[in-house]
Design a binder for this molecule. Structure first.
Ligand SMILES: Cc1cc2nc3c(=O)[nH]c(=O)nc-3n(C[C@H](O)[C@H](O)[C@H](O)COP(=O)(O)O)c2cc1C
Length: 361
C-alpha cells in the first residue's frame, strides 16, 4: 500500500512542497547553443506537479561543460531562457531548483577550445566524452592551480546569483556522479598537497566552500547538495567512502543545509550495508533519496521516516504527471532510452498525461 504521507504536502521553512514526489535532475541535451529553449519550457511545465523539480545539470561556466547541448547559467541569454522556464513552472504551481554543474575531468578539449579539461589532479579515467564529432576518449586533465580553485568557487557563487536572477526557487550543488566536487572529495581523483587535498577535511573543503557560497546567496533552506557515495561512474573511487561522506554530511548538518539529495540504489548488492539510515541519523534537514525507487518502495521509506521525499528520474521522463499516477495507482509508461539525450520533442514532450492516454487508448 502506498502511504498517504508520500503524496502529502510538506512544509520546510519558507518552502511548501505540495507532495514528496520530486523530479530528479536529468540532462536531456536539447539546448543546442547551451541556451534553454522554448521546448524546454514545455517539458518542465508538463512536470510541474512534482513536489520539486531539480533542473538538469546546468554548467556554471564554459569550463564546466562536458556534454553536447547542455544549458548553462553564466550568460544573460541563458538567464533569460531559464526565466521563461521558471515563470512557466511557477504559473503551473510548481517549484524548480537549478542544478549547478562543473564536470571537471569529464570534459574534453573539444569543449574547451582545444585546452585540457581541469581537475583537482592530473589523473585520467578511462571513458568517452560525447562531442559534436561523436564519442572521443577522455584525456588526462590539468590540475587546477590554487588561484583557479578559488576562482572556480567564485564561478559557483556567480551561478547561484544568476539562478536567483533567473527566478529559480533554490539551487542544488551537483556533488554526485564523479563531477568536479566529487573529484575533489574522493582520493582516487585527488592527490593535491595543498589545503584542498590529502585529509578528508581538505578534500571536502571545495564542496563545502561551494555550499557556503550558495548558502550566502540563498540561505540554507534553499540549497540542496547531491551526493552519490560508492558510485564508480566516471572512474570514481575512494579508499574510505563511508568515512568521507559521513564527514561531509556532518559538516552540511553544521551549516543547517536545507536539502540533502542522497543517491543510493534502493537495491544494493548483497553484503553492502545501506548508508541512508546513518545519513538520516546525522542530517536533520530535508532528506531526499534517489535511485531505483518505485511507488511502493518510495511510499514505504517516506512512511517510516527514512526520507522526507524521493526523487524519480526515468519515471518522470515517460510520466509527466507522475504524482497523479501514483495517487491513482495508475499504469506507468516506460521511457524510450534512445531519446534520452538530444533530438527534438520526440521522447521529450510527447509523453501523454493520464487523461490523454486513456482517451487515445
Ligand atoms: C537521461 C538521464 C540524465 C541524467 N542526468 C543527470 C544530471 O544532469 N544530473 C544528475 O545529478 N543526475 C542525472 N541523472 C541521474 C538521475 O537524476 C537519477 O539519479 C537516476 O535516473 C536514478 O533515478 P531513477 O531510478 O528514478 O531513474 C540522469 C539520469 C538520466 C536517466
Amino acid at each position: 500500500m502506498t502511504s498517504t504521507k508520500f503524496l502529502s504536502h510538506a512544509e520546510f521553512g519558507p518552502i511548501h512542497f505540495k507532495n514528496r514526489v520530486f523530479m530528479a535532475p536529468m540532462t536531456r541535451s536539447r539546448a543546442p547553443q547551451n541556451v534553454p529553449t522554448d521546448l524546454m519550457v514545455e517539458y518542465y511545465t508538463q512536470r510541474a506537479s512534482a513536489g520539486l523539480i531539480f533542473s538538469e545539470g546546468t554548467q556554471i561556466s564554459p569550463q564546466g561543460v562536458g556534454y553536447i547541448f547542455t544549458p548553462g547559467i553564466h550568460t544573460e541569454e541563458q538567464i533569460k531562457g531559464w526565466k521563461k522556464i521558471t515563470s512557466s513552472v511557477h504559473g503551473a504551481g510548481g517549484l524548480i531548483f537549478c542544478q549547478l554543474w562543473h564536470v571537471g575531468r569529464v570534459s574534453h578539449p573539444e569543449f574547451q577550445n582545444g585546452q585540457l579539461p581541469v581537475a583537482p589532479s592530473a589523473i585520467p579515467f578511462k571513458g568517452q566524452a560525447f562531442t559534436l564529432k561523436g564519442p572521443m576518449d577522455t584525456v588526462t586533465p590539468r590540475a587546477l592551480t590554487l588561484d583557479e580553485v578559488k576562482s572556480t568557487i567564485n564561478d559557483f557563487k556567480n551561478a547561484a546569483l544568476a539562478a536567483k536572477s533567473a527566478g529559480f526557487d533554490g539551487v542544488e550543488i551537483h556533488g554526485a556522479n564523479g563531477y568536479l566536487p566529487a573529484q575533489f572529495l574522493e582520493d582516487g581523483s585527488n592527490q593535491r598537497t595543498d589545503q584542498y587535498g590529502g585529509s578528508i577535511e581538505n578534500r571536502a573543503r571545495f564542496l563545502l566552500e561551494i555550499t557556503d557560497a550558495a548558502i550566502g546567496v540563498w540561505g540554507p533552506e534553499r540549497v540542496s547538495v547531491r551526493l552519490s557515495p560508492r558510485n564508480p561512474f566516471n572512474g570514481m573511487s575512494d579508499s574510505q567512502p563511508e568515512k568521507t561522506y559521513l564527514y561531509v554530511i556532518e559538516q552540511l548538518q553544521k551549516r543547517k543545509l536545507g536539502i540533502l539529495h542522497f543517491m543510493e540504489s534502493v537495491q544494493l548488492p548483497q553484503g553492502i550495508k545501506p548508508l541512508a539510515p546513518e545519513v538520516r541519523k546525522i542530517f536533520s534537514g530535508f532528506l531526499v533519496l534517489n535511485s531505483g525507487y518505485d511507488r511502493e518502495s518510495a511510499g514505504s521509506v517516506v512512511e517510516r521516516g527514512g526520507a522526507d521525499a524521493v526523487s524519480f528520474g526515468s519515471l518522470f521522463i515517460a510520466n509527466p504527471d507522475l504524482p497523479e499516477r501514483f495517487a491513482k495507482k495508475a499504469h506507468l509508461a516506460t521511457p524510450e532510452k534512445s531519446t534520452f539525450y538530444g533530438g527534438d520533442s520526440k521522447g521529450y514532450t510527447d509523453y501523454p498525461k493520464l487523461d490523454h492516454e486513456k482517451k487515445s487508448g
